[in-house]
Design a protein. Structure first.
Length: 129
């Protein structure tokens, strides 16, 4: 079964192949380098795959080095928790890590770089950490 993590018309989108599900450890991540920055691919315990910019909206910590739990990742620097499906920081924190749509065709991972939602927000001097 194919997994599409996006509400988009897959026919009109350029999907870029970036590897297979088996390239990513369960509850782990891999980094894809692009001209516009690194993208972290995350794999959940149920083999869902998500893609976020590889930087926390708080202080740009490398999310790929964080801990995946459920459908979230915790930043290794200051423990911000980020929703993998959207890139949104979990309250009380605010911001978005930047989300890239993912499509699985069998076990092959493709991403839609042209539909990436850019990172926003984060710490503006009033963070709890």
């Amino acid at each position: 079964m194919d997994q599409i993590i996006a509400d988009i018309d897959s026919q009109s989108v350029l999907w870029t192949e970036v590897g297979t599900v088996d390239d990513i450890p369960v509850l782990g991540s891999r980094v894809v380098r692009t001209a516009t920055g690194n993208i972290a691919l995350f794999r959940t315990a149920s083999d869902e795959v998500f893609a976020l910019e590889d930087r926390c909206p708080h202080r740009n910590g490398p999310l790929s080095q964080g801990i995946v739990h459920g459908r979230r990742v915790t930043c290794p620097l200051h423990n911000w928790v980020i929703e993998l499906a959207t890139g949104e920081a979990v309250a009380p924190d605010e911001g978005n890590a930047g989300h890239i749509p993912v499509r699985l065709v069998g076990r092959t991972i493709t991403i839609a770089l042209g539909l990436a939602r850019p990172a926003r927000g984060g710490c503006k001097g009033a963070c709890h950490v």
